[in-house]
Structures are given as C-alpha cells and as structure tokens.
Design a protein around this ligand. Structure first.
Ligand code: FES
Ligand code: FES
Length: 209
C-alpha cells in the first residue's frame, strides 16, 4: 500500500500553487474586457475543490458506508476525525512511528496517519468506536477499564486496536507474545505493564475476541 506522510501532506496544502487570478491572468475574452458577470459562489467552490484534487471517495467504516469529498492522498486519520467525527484514533507523530492512530483495515492493524484514503477501496475499516458501547464494552475495553490501564489515555485507542488484531490471530497469547505484539505502539506515560495485563485478562475472559 502506498504511504504518504501526514505532516508532509499538510505542508503541501499550506502552500498552494498560485492561481491564474493571483497571477493577474484573465480567463476569457469576457474577463479580459471586464464585461463578464462575477462567477457564482458555487462555481468558485467547485473550482477550488477541483484545484485541491478533491473527489468523492467511498469508505466502509464500522459497518457503515460513507462518501466523503477528499483528495485521495489525504491520510485516513484526517478523514476519520474531520469528516466522519470518529475521534478515537489519535494524531501522535504523523509519521507512522508511534501507533496512536492505529485502526484495522480488513482486520490488519494500519497506521492511519500515513494511509492515503484513496488506497482503501471497499476495505472494511474498524476504529475503536466500532468495538463496543458504554453499555456493552468489548472484552478488551472492559479489561482495560478493570486494570485501569491508562494514564493520560492518548495511546489507548491505538493499543486496543493493535491488541484486537493480536487476539484475533492468537486467542491465548503468552505474556511474551503480548509484549512483542504491542512493541510497536508507544506509551509516553509508561503504562505498559497495565496494558499487557489488560490484554491477557481480555484473552482469559473471552475465548473469541
Ligand atoms: S500518529 Fe500515526 S503512527 Fe504516530
Ligand atoms: S496512557 Fe498516556 S501515552 Fe499511554
């Protein structure tokens, strides 16, 4: 899968190429003569979107179909948070290095800050919001609460999604396997021991996560 850098994406957007209007060029003989009517706001909006590469993109997230207007290079994380209001996945490094933005794509853990939304096609995307509810938490969510496995909580959505992928592959992992499986996700609060205990508890309390 092609990768883009979340930070580079916004740098590029922050310095758009000068438009023909900004360069003082005329678009048509009517404009050159100053006789044409002012463009309608809708036309301006469509032209601006086309200039930014915005197109309609279909996504399946947590079992629901969505269509969003976005540049296909936009990181999935921004679409989840800004367009769909799914704020569990977090922006940490924006470089694919911390795991705070981890979601599942067809069951595999993916760093959404470096995953271009245009590469996902009909894949099934799962975020933390798709696991459980307040009334019926997923066994992993219940275990994280029982073990108080969070301090600031910023890394936890990514940790739980990575743990979900791990337990889907291996229902009864050893402690060493859990530590190895979660090693790529960082926790600045140092909550690792509690996180590992929570994942082991979830594996014990549910034969199938
Ligand atoms: S925010 Fe995506 S890996 Fe750090
Ligand atoms: S609980 Fe704070 S970063 Fe992990």
């Amino acid at each position: 899968m092609a990768k883009s850098d979340g930070r580079e994406y916004f740098k590029a957007r922050a310095a758009p190429a000068a438009t023909s209007e900004a360069r003082g060029e005329a678009h048509s003989p009517q404009q050159a003569s100053g006789l044409d009517a002012a463009p309608k706001p809708e036309q301006d909006a469509v032209a601006a979107q086309a200039e930014l590469g915005v197109m309609a993109i279909s996504l399946k997230v947590n079992g629901a179909a969505h269509s969003v207007g976005a540049d296909p290079d936009t990181p999935l994380l921004y679409v989840l948070r800004n367009d769909l209001g799914l704020n569990a996945a977090k922006f940490g490094c924006g470089l694919g290095q911390c795991g705070a933005c981890t979601v599942l794509v067809d069951g595999a853990p993916v760093r959404s800050c470096i995953t271009p939304v245009g590469t996902l096609g009909q894949s099934e995307i799962t975020t933390l919001e798709g696991l459980g509810t307040v009334e019926r938490p997923h066994p992993l969510q219940a275990a994280f609460m029982a073990e108080q496995a969070a301090q600031c909580g910023y890394c936890i959505p990514g940790m739980i999604m990575l743990a979900k992928a791990l337990l889907d592959r291996n229902q009864q992992p050893s402690e060493a396997e859990v530590r190895l499986g979660l090693a790529g996700n960082l926790c600045r609060c140092g909550t690792h021991h509690r996180i590992v205990r929570a994942v082991l508890k979830a594996a014990q309390t549910s034969g199938r996560i």
